[in-house]
Ligand binder design. Sequence first.
Ligand code: IMP
Ligand code: MG
Length: 338
Amino acid sequence: MKKSLLADVIVDLQYGDCGKGKVTHSLLQSTEYTHCVRFNGGHNAGHTIYHDGKKVVTHIIPSGVLRGVRSIIGPGCVVSPSLLQKEIEDLEAAGIEVKGNLFVDKRVNVISNKHLEEDGGDTTIGTTRRGNGPAYRDKYDRKGTRFESVPTDSSYQLTDIYQEFFENELPVVALFEGAQGFGLDIDWGDYPYVTSSTCNVGGAVSNGIPASAVRHVYGVAKAYQTYVGAKKFQPDGEIFNKIREAGQEYGATTGRPRQVDFLDIDQLVKAARINGVTELIINKTDILEQVDCWKLYKDGKLLDLEHEDRFLDYVRNLILVKCPDVEDVIFSYSPTDI
Ligand code: IMP
Ligand code: MG
Protein backbone atom coordinates (compact mmCIF):
# COMPACT_ATOMS: atom_id res chain seq x y z
CA MET A 1 0.00 0.00 0.00
CA LYS A 2 1.20 3.50 -0.77
CA LYS A 3 1.91 5.39 2.43
CA SER A 4 0.41 8.84 2.80
CA LEU A 5 2.38 12.06 2.66
CA LEU A 6 0.56 15.31 3.28
CA ALA A 7 1.84 18.83 3.73
CA ASP A 8 0.25 22.01 5.02
CA VAL A 9 2.19 25.19 4.33
CA ILE A 10 2.19 28.52 6.18
CA VAL A 11 3.28 31.55 4.16
CA ASP A 12 3.39 35.26 4.88
CA LEU A 13 1.66 37.36 2.22
CA GLN A 14 3.29 40.71 3.07
CA TYR A 15 6.77 41.68 4.36
CA GLY A 16 7.19 39.20 7.19
CA ASP A 17 6.09 39.76 10.80
CA CYS A 18 2.45 38.94 10.12
CA GLY A 19 2.16 36.26 12.81
CA LYS A 20 3.20 32.99 11.18
CA GLY A 21 4.62 31.78 14.50
CA LYS A 22 1.26 32.19 16.20
CA VAL A 23 -0.53 30.34 13.39
CA THR A 24 2.00 27.48 13.45
CA HIS A 25 1.72 27.20 17.21
CA SER A 26 -2.04 27.15 17.02
CA LEU A 27 -2.19 24.55 14.22
CA LEU A 28 0.25 22.31 16.06
CA GLN A 29 -2.33 21.84 18.79
CA SER A 30 -3.64 19.19 16.42
CA THR A 31 -1.86 15.92 17.09
CA GLU A 32 -2.14 15.05 13.41
CA TYR A 33 1.25 16.57 12.52
CA THR A 34 4.26 14.26 12.53
CA HIS A 35 6.77 16.95 11.47
CA CYS A 36 7.30 20.70 11.48
CA VAL A 37 9.69 21.95 8.79
CA ARG A 38 11.27 25.38 8.37
CA PHE A 39 11.80 25.75 4.63
CA ASN A 40 13.65 29.02 3.86
CA GLY A 41 15.91 31.71 5.28
CA GLY A 42 18.13 31.65 8.34
CA HIS A 43 18.48 33.60 11.57
CA ASN A 44 17.01 36.71 9.92
CA ALA A 45 13.52 35.62 10.97
CA GLY A 46 11.93 36.40 14.31
CA HIS A 47 8.79 34.47 15.17
CA THR A 48 7.05 35.65 18.33
CA ILE A 49 4.97 32.99 20.05
CA TYR A 50 3.06 33.04 23.34
CA HIS A 51 3.57 29.61 24.85
CA ASP A 52 2.16 28.64 28.25
CA GLY A 53 1.77 32.32 29.07
CA LYS A 54 5.38 33.13 28.18
CA LYS A 55 6.64 35.13 25.20
CA VAL A 56 9.11 33.07 23.15
CA VAL A 57 11.00 34.22 20.06
CA THR A 58 12.42 31.73 17.57
CA HIS A 59 14.73 32.59 14.67
CA ILE A 60 15.72 29.47 12.74
CA ILE A 61 14.41 26.69 14.98
CA PRO A 62 10.98 25.48 13.80
CA SER A 63 8.16 26.36 16.19
CA GLY A 64 7.35 22.63 16.44
CA VAL A 65 9.89 22.19 19.26
CA LEU A 66 7.52 24.10 21.56
CA ARG A 67 4.97 21.34 21.18
CA GLY A 68 7.42 18.46 21.12
CA VAL A 69 6.92 17.83 17.38
CA ARG A 70 9.80 16.43 15.31
CA SER A 71 11.21 19.65 13.86
CA ILE A 72 13.44 19.85 10.81
CA ILE A 73 15.47 22.72 9.44
CA GLY A 74 15.01 21.91 5.74
CA PRO A 75 17.53 21.96 2.89
CA GLY A 76 16.31 25.38 1.68
CA CYS A 77 17.66 27.09 4.81
CA VAL A 78 21.04 28.52 5.75
CA VAL A 79 22.32 28.18 9.31
CA SER A 80 25.12 29.56 11.45
CA PRO A 81 26.32 26.81 13.85
CA SER A 82 27.16 29.40 16.53
CA LEU A 83 23.83 31.28 16.28
CA LEU A 84 22.00 27.94 16.27
CA GLN A 85 23.78 26.95 19.46
CA LYS A 86 22.79 30.22 21.11
CA GLU A 87 19.15 29.82 20.10
CA ILE A 88 19.06 26.25 21.42
CA GLU A 89 20.50 27.45 24.75
CA ASP A 90 18.02 30.33 24.99
CA LEU A 91 15.04 28.06 24.33
CA GLU A 92 16.29 25.39 26.74
CA ALA A 93 16.78 28.12 29.38
CA ALA A 94 13.12 29.07 28.84
CA GLY A 95 12.18 25.48 29.69
CA ILE A 96 11.62 24.23 26.13
CA GLU A 97 12.97 20.82 25.28
CA VAL A 98 14.89 21.33 22.06
CA LYS A 99 17.31 18.40 22.22
CA GLY A 100 15.65 15.31 20.87
CA ASN A 101 13.17 17.30 18.76
CA LEU A 102 15.53 19.28 16.53
CA PHE A 103 16.92 17.93 13.27
CA VAL A 104 19.00 19.66 10.60
CA ASP A 105 18.93 18.34 7.04
CA LYS A 106 22.41 17.38 5.92
CA ARG A 107 22.09 19.62 2.84
CA VAL A 108 21.60 22.85 4.81
CA ASN A 109 24.30 25.38 3.89
CA VAL A 110 26.42 26.98 6.56
CA ILE A 111 26.42 30.68 7.39
CA SER A 112 30.09 31.18 8.28
CA ASN A 113 31.57 33.87 10.54
CA LYS A 114 32.88 35.48 7.36
CA HIS A 115 29.32 35.67 5.99
CA LEU A 116 28.18 37.27 9.24
CA GLU A 117 31.00 39.78 9.10
CA GLU A 118 30.31 40.67 5.47
CA ASP A 119 26.56 41.14 6.04
CA GLY A 120 27.38 43.20 9.12
CA GLY A 121 28.68 45.86 6.74
CA ASP A 122 25.45 46.13 4.71
CA THR A 123 24.22 49.68 4.24
CA THR A 124 22.08 49.47 1.08
CA ILE A 125 19.38 46.84 1.70
CA GLY A 126 18.92 47.24 5.44
CA THR A 127 19.42 43.51 6.11
CA THR A 128 19.12 41.89 9.51
CA ARG A 129 22.93 41.37 9.38
CA ARG A 130 22.56 37.66 10.03
CA GLY A 131 24.71 36.57 7.05
CA ASN A 132 21.82 35.46 4.89
CA GLY A 133 22.70 37.06 1.54
CA PRO A 134 26.40 36.07 1.51
CA ALA A 135 25.57 32.48 2.54
CA TYR A 136 22.99 32.05 -0.25
CA ARG A 137 25.36 33.71 -2.72
CA ASP A 138 28.05 31.14 -1.94
CA LYS A 139 25.50 28.32 -2.01
CA TYR A 140 24.39 29.24 -5.53
CA ASP A 141 27.97 29.88 -6.55
CA ARG A 142 28.59 26.28 -5.39
CA LYS A 143 31.20 27.41 -2.91
CA GLY A 144 29.16 26.74 0.21
CA THR A 145 29.66 24.20 2.98
CA ARG A 146 26.88 21.78 3.86
CA PHE A 147 26.02 20.72 7.38
CA GLU A 148 27.00 17.13 6.61
CA SER A 149 30.62 18.26 6.74
CA VAL A 150 30.32 20.20 10.00
CA PRO A 151 31.10 18.45 13.31
CA THR A 152 27.73 17.87 15.02
CA ASP A 153 27.17 18.38 18.71
CA SER A 154 24.56 16.67 20.79
CA SER A 155 22.00 19.50 20.83
CA TYR A 156 20.59 18.60 17.42
CA GLN A 157 20.74 15.67 15.03
CA LEU A 158 21.62 15.58 11.38
CA THR A 159 18.95 14.07 9.15
CA ASP A 160 17.97 13.44 5.55
CA ILE A 161 14.48 14.72 4.83
CA TYR A 162 14.09 12.15 2.05
CA GLN A 163 14.57 9.33 4.57
CA GLU A 164 12.17 11.05 6.98
CA PHE A 165 9.41 11.39 4.41
CA PHE A 166 9.78 8.44 2.06
CA GLU A 167 11.93 5.73 3.62
CA ASN A 168 9.92 4.99 6.71
CA GLU A 169 6.70 3.08 7.16
CA LEU A 170 4.73 5.76 8.97
CA PRO A 171 2.34 8.20 7.35
CA VAL A 172 3.70 11.76 7.26
CA VAL A 173 1.70 14.94 7.86
CA ALA A 174 4.17 17.82 7.81
CA LEU A 175 3.57 21.45 8.65
CA PHE A 176 5.89 23.67 6.62
CA GLU A 177 6.69 26.97 8.27
CA GLY A 178 7.87 29.79 6.01
CA ALA A 179 9.98 32.79 6.96
CA GLN A 180 9.88 36.40 5.71
CA GLY A 181 7.10 36.96 3.15
CA PHE A 182 5.85 37.49 -0.39
CA GLY A 183 6.98 41.16 -0.47
CA LEU A 184 10.51 40.05 0.49
CA ASP A 185 10.63 37.03 -1.86
CA ILE A 186 13.73 36.98 -4.05
CA ASP A 187 11.59 36.84 -7.23
CA TRP A 188 8.27 38.44 -6.24
CA GLY A 189 9.38 41.10 -3.80
CA ASP A 190 10.44 44.66 -4.53
CA TYR A 191 13.96 43.79 -5.76
CA PRO A 192 16.61 44.60 -4.53
CA TYR A 193 14.82 45.26 -1.21
CA VAL A 194 14.24 41.57 -0.70
CA THR A 195 15.71 38.63 1.16
CA SER A 196 17.74 35.93 -0.61
CA SER A 197 15.34 32.99 -0.58
CA THR A 198 11.99 31.77 -1.87
CA CYS A 199 9.36 32.68 0.71
CA ASN A 200 6.32 31.35 -1.15
CA VAL A 201 4.82 27.87 -1.33
CA GLY A 202 7.29 26.86 -4.04
CA GLY A 203 10.04 27.15 -1.44
CA ALA A 204 8.30 24.53 0.69
CA VAL A 205 7.85 22.17 -2.24
CA SER A 206 11.56 22.28 -3.13
CA ASN A 207 12.37 21.05 0.40
CA GLY A 208 11.44 17.50 -0.48
CA ILE A 209 7.71 17.04 -1.11
CA PRO A 210 5.79 16.63 -4.36
CA ALA A 211 3.49 19.58 -5.17
CA SER A 212 0.57 17.14 -5.11
CA ALA A 213 1.18 16.52 -1.38
CA VAL A 214 0.21 20.09 -0.48
CA ARG A 215 -3.20 20.12 1.24
CA HIS A 216 -3.81 23.46 2.98
CA VAL A 217 -1.93 26.67 2.27
CA TYR A 218 -2.40 29.06 5.19
CA GLY A 219 -1.72 32.63 4.06
CA VAL A 220 -0.98 35.08 6.86
CA ALA A 221 -1.29 38.86 6.54
CA LYS A 222 -2.03 41.85 8.77
CA ALA A 223 -4.92 44.33 8.51
CA TYR A 224 -2.24 46.93 7.67
CA GLN A 225 1.31 46.47 6.36
CA THR A 226 4.75 46.81 7.88
CA TYR A 227 8.23 46.61 6.38
CA VAL A 228 11.73 46.80 7.86
CA GLY A 229 14.65 47.77 5.67
CA ALA A 230 16.38 50.56 3.82
CA LYS A 231 13.69 51.72 1.36
CA LYS A 232 11.17 54.41 2.29
CA PHE A 233 7.86 52.71 2.91
CA GLN A 234 5.93 54.65 5.51
CA PRO A 235 4.01 57.70 4.21
CA ASP A 236 3.85 60.92 6.22
CA GLY A 237 1.15 61.04 8.87
CA GLU A 238 0.82 60.56 12.61
CA ILE A 239 -1.61 57.67 12.14
CA PHE A 240 1.22 55.37 11.06
CA ASN A 241 3.20 56.05 14.26
CA LYS A 242 0.01 55.43 16.21
CA ILE A 243 -0.43 52.05 14.54
CA ARG A 244 3.24 51.20 15.22
CA GLU A 245 2.85 51.90 18.93
CA ALA A 246 -0.53 50.18 19.24
CA GLY A 247 0.76 47.13 17.37
CA GLN A 248 4.23 47.17 19.00
CA GLU A 249 5.77 47.02 15.55
CA TYR A 250 9.43 46.56 16.41
CA GLY A 251 11.65 43.84 14.92
CA ALA A 252 11.80 40.61 16.95
CA THR A 253 15.34 39.96 15.67
CA THR A 254 16.88 43.44 15.48
CA GLY A 255 14.55 45.65 17.51
CA ARG A 256 14.28 48.10 14.59
CA PRO A 257 11.03 50.08 14.31
CA ARG A 258 8.93 48.75 11.45
CA GLN A 259 7.66 51.17 8.82
CA VAL A 260 3.87 51.15 8.63
CA ASP A 261 1.36 51.70 5.82
CA PHE A 262 -2.25 50.80 5.12
CA LEU A 263 -3.21 47.46 3.59
CA ASP A 264 -2.61 47.09 -0.16
CA ILE A 265 -5.47 44.82 -1.17
CA ASP A 266 -4.21 44.26 -4.73
CA GLN A 267 -0.86 43.02 -3.41
CA LEU A 268 -2.69 40.75 -1.00
CA VAL A 269 -4.78 39.27 -3.83
CA LYS A 270 -1.65 38.72 -5.92
CA ALA A 271 0.19 37.00 -3.06
CA ALA A 272 -2.82 34.80 -2.24
CA ARG A 273 -3.22 33.77 -5.87
CA ILE A 274 0.42 32.94 -6.50
CA ASN A 275 0.61 30.91 -3.29
CA GLY A 276 -2.70 29.14 -3.91
CA VAL A 277 -3.85 30.14 -0.43
CA THR A 278 -6.75 28.04 0.88
CA GLU A 279 -7.20 29.78 4.28
CA LEU A 280 -6.39 33.46 4.73
CA ILE A 281 -5.70 34.75 8.23
CA ILE A 282 -5.65 38.52 8.69
CA ASN A 283 -3.98 39.33 11.98
CA LYS A 284 -3.96 42.43 14.17
CA THR A 285 -7.45 43.55 13.24
CA ASP A 286 -7.66 44.59 16.91
CA ILE A 287 -4.93 47.19 16.29
CA LEU A 288 -6.97 48.90 13.55
CA GLU A 289 -9.89 48.76 15.94
CA GLN A 290 -7.83 50.54 18.60
CA VAL A 291 -6.89 53.39 16.24
CA ASP A 292 -10.30 53.19 14.55
CA CYS A 293 -9.01 53.84 11.05
CA TRP A 294 -10.32 51.61 8.25
CA LYS A 295 -8.37 52.55 5.13
CA LEU A 296 -6.77 50.48 2.39
CA TYR A 297 -5.25 50.89 -1.06
CA LYS A 298 -7.20 49.70 -4.10
CA ASP A 299 -5.78 50.31 -7.60
CA GLY A 300 -3.15 52.58 -6.06
CA LYS A 301 -5.77 54.87 -4.49
CA LEU A 302 -6.49 55.23 -0.80
CA LEU A 303 -10.00 54.13 0.08
CA ASP A 304 -11.57 55.09 3.41
CA LEU A 305 -14.14 52.47 4.40
CA GLU A 306 -14.85 54.37 7.64
CA HIS A 307 -16.36 51.51 9.63
CA GLU A 308 -15.00 48.16 10.75
CA ASP A 309 -17.89 46.15 9.25
CA ARG A 310 -17.47 47.76 5.87
CA PHE A 311 -13.72 47.14 5.93
CA LEU A 312 -14.13 43.47 6.84
CA ASP A 313 -16.86 42.91 4.23
CA TYR A 314 -14.89 44.67 1.53
CA VAL A 315 -11.71 42.67 2.16
CA ARG A 316 -13.50 39.34 2.56
CA ASN A 317 -15.65 39.73 -0.56
CA LEU A 318 -12.82 40.89 -2.78
CA ILE A 319 -10.57 38.02 -1.70
CA LEU A 320 -13.28 35.42 -2.16
CA VAL A 321 -14.15 36.74 -5.63
CA LYS A 322 -10.57 37.13 -6.87
CA CYS A 323 -8.96 34.10 -5.24
CA PRO A 324 -11.12 31.03 -5.92
CA ASP A 325 -8.82 28.72 -3.90
CA VAL A 326 -9.51 30.69 -0.72
CA GLU A 327 -12.20 28.92 1.30
CA ASP A 328 -12.12 31.07 4.37
CA VAL A 329 -10.99 34.56 5.43
CA ILE A 330 -10.39 34.84 9.16
CA PHE A 331 -9.87 38.19 10.90
CA SER A 332 -7.90 37.68 14.10
CA TYR A 333 -8.04 39.99 17.10
CA SER A 334 -5.65 38.15 19.41
CA PRO A 335 -1.87 37.72 19.76
CA THR A 336 -2.35 34.19 21.05
CA ASP A 337 -5.22 32.71 19.01
CA ILE A 338 -6.33 32.72 15.40
P1 IMP B 1 18.11 39.72 5.06
O1 IMP B 1 17.09 38.68 4.90
O2 IMP B 1 18.69 39.78 6.46
O3 IMP B 1 19.15 39.70 3.99
O4 IMP B 1 17.37 41.16 4.89
C1 IMP B 1 16.77 41.54 3.67
C2 IMP B 1 15.49 42.31 3.92
O5 IMP B 1 14.51 41.43 4.46
C3 IMP B 1 15.61 43.46 4.92
O6 IMP B 1 14.72 44.49 4.52
C4 IMP B 1 15.17 42.82 6.23
O7 IMP B 1 14.69 43.77 7.16
C5 IMP B 1 14.06 41.93 5.72
N1 IMP B 1 13.80 40.76 6.58
C6 IMP B 1 14.54 39.63 6.66
N2 IMP B 1 13.98 38.77 7.50
C7 IMP B 1 12.87 39.35 7.97
C8 IMP B 1 11.83 38.92 8.85
O8 IMP B 1 11.81 37.80 9.39
N3 IMP B 1 10.83 39.81 9.07
C9 IMP B 1 10.79 41.02 8.47
N4 IMP B 1 11.71 41.46 7.62
C10 IMP B 1 12.75 40.63 7.37
MG1 MG C 1 9.20 38.38 12.45
